[in-house]
Design a protein around this ligand. Sequence first.
Ligand SMILES: [Zn+2]
Ligand SMILES: [Zn+2]
Length: 105
Amino acid sequence: MKDFIKKKEDFECEICHAEVKGSGYTDHCPACLYSKHVDINPGDRMSDCGGIMEPVHAVNERTYIMITYRCTKCGEIKRVKAAAGDNQGKLESMLGVKASNAMGK
Ligand SMILES: [Zn+2]
Ligand SMILES: [Zn+2]
């Protein structure tokens, strides 16, 4: 257990002002799904950009949903796994599930 230290950070979302309970994995707001450009590699907090990461697209990878982010400041693209408590309505609208079902097969 000593090799794996989770950082528990509670924070207030700068976009929607939701109070977010840090789980140790939290890198985006579960309510609006926005994130901040603070990491170069996930969790390292080594980026000095600090721009708002906008969720632009989501892909269903069967066991999880991958969200694609674009930094509104520097344009960096990042892909992050959705967390269990994330806003399902928002995720679904980014997935476009209904649109692809409607096309059928
Ligand atoms: Zn938010
Ligand atoms: Zn950035």
